[in-house]
Design a protein around this ligand. Structure first.
Ligand code: PLP
Ligand code: SF4
Length: 352
């Protein structure tokens, strides 16, 4: 695919970039998708595309399809129930010890399966100075907040100056022990992580972590790996979050390659998310049974360093729960539990 110098932000841009066929211009369903949901594909990601959303795991994540116009009865506008836990603008406080801080809703790319697809976009809400102050006030007046997860949108889309302002404000609150950024920038726009951005991430007191959203080994290009190395060399521990997606990474081979690539880039796999019930994303979903079978197949085959926790964000705002598989089966008649090894063998173990 020929490299385009700018981010593709429309059906027309994607046709120009060769990522959609010329007749996509006249496709009413795609026009509808473009009205309903944001589109952005960076030059780096366009370069990675080797096929169509039907057969290429990169195209499938970022190139809009008519399937997005199909919504099912169980899909929701707010799939993980953030709205019910937003005490002030830009804060989601669901768990006692930690909050999300969402300073903006822009992202470098817009993932077609995004769980916040109804909010994210280039015109989406940004916290202005007063809004950021109000969010910081909330954190300052809630001493039970031990960790702040800066997300969005993608917080690495902010200027280094604004990122430094957030880091310094949080670092000044003694009860905030951990600052965690969640971003897709190292994959989608790796050169954005320059010396200024890395300097902005320096907290004097709090521990600062970066979580990277990555779903396929091919996303870890030499540029992306160099970006992750800059962060790791700056002393920042790196975690990953991946979404289990049909047609992207729903095979043992794809997940194995992904987790090995992450660990070899010094990123510790943290969560494998079961896909959320966001509107127009049914073509990405698979069953919990399928997800558990994939996780079971990875156990033993892959180093423990390469094993994320498989989680579901429960619809309605109840938070994330690990959804197995479990390896300690129910009690037998003599009070023992059966522990399952990675080959499926069962071993009794006293339950006391
Ligand atoms: C996902 C999430 C967190 C972070 O959860 P961890 O399990 O600590 O990664 C915190 N708050 C909210 C509202 C979340 O949705
Ligand atoms: S980067 Fe994250 S928030 Fe942004 S579109 Fe992708 S999944 Fe959604």
């Amino acid at each position: 695919m020929t490299r385009t110098p700018t981010t593709a932000r429309s059906i027309a841009d994607l046709v120009d970039a060769g990522a959609l066929p010329p007749d996509a211009h006249a496709d009413a369903a795609l026009a509808q998708v473009a009205r309903d949901y944001a589109i952005a594909v960076t030059p780096e990601v366009l370069d990675l595309i080797e096929g169509t959303p039907a057969n290429d795991p990169i195209a499938r994540q970022f190139i809009p399809t008519a399937q997005e116009t199909i919504t099912t009865a169980e899909e929701r506008v707010d799939p993980i129930g953030d709205d019910a836990h937003a005490p002030v603008k830009g804060i989601v406080h669901r768990y006692p010890d930690r909050v999300l801080l969402k300073p903006l809703h822009a992202c470098p790319v817009y993932c077609r399966f995004c769980f916040r697809r109804e909010q994210v976009g280039p015109g989406g809400d940004v916290l202005d100075d007063a809004g950021l102050d109000a969010a910081m006030d909330y954190i300052a007046t809630h001493p039970e907040i031990w960790e702040v997860i800066v997300t969005g949108g993608d917080p690495f889309m902010l200027s280094p100056r604004r990122i430094a302002r957030i880091v310094n404000a949080l670092d000044a609150l003694p009860h905030v022990a951990v600052i965690r950024f969640h971003t897709r920038v190292p994959i989608a726009d790796p050169r954005r992580v320059n010396d200024d951005l890395i300097a902005a991430l320096r907290a004097a007191r709090a521990a600062l972590y970066v979580g990277v959203h990555c779903n396929h080994a091919r996303e870890l290009t030499p540029d992306a790996r160099a970006c992750l190395a800059r962060l790791a060399d700056a002393g920042i521990p790196l975690l990953s979050q991946s979404v289990l997606l049909r047609g992207v990474n729903d095979s043992v081979e794809a997940l194995e390659a992904l987790f090995r690539a992450l660990v070899s880039a010094r990123v510790r796999p943290y969560y494998l998310h079961h896909p959320d019930l966001a509107r127009g994303t049914g073509h990405f979903r698979l069953s919990i049974d399928e997800g558990q079978a994939l996780m079971r197949a990875l156990r033993g085959r892959l180093s423990g360093l390469c094993q994320p926790t498989y989680v579901l964000d429960i619809p309605g705002g109840y938070g994330k729960s690990p959804i197995g598989p479990t390896y300690a089966d129910d009690a037998g008649p003599d009070g023992t539990r059966a522990v399952v090894d990675f080959r499926g063998g069962q071993h009794p173990y006293p339950n006391k």
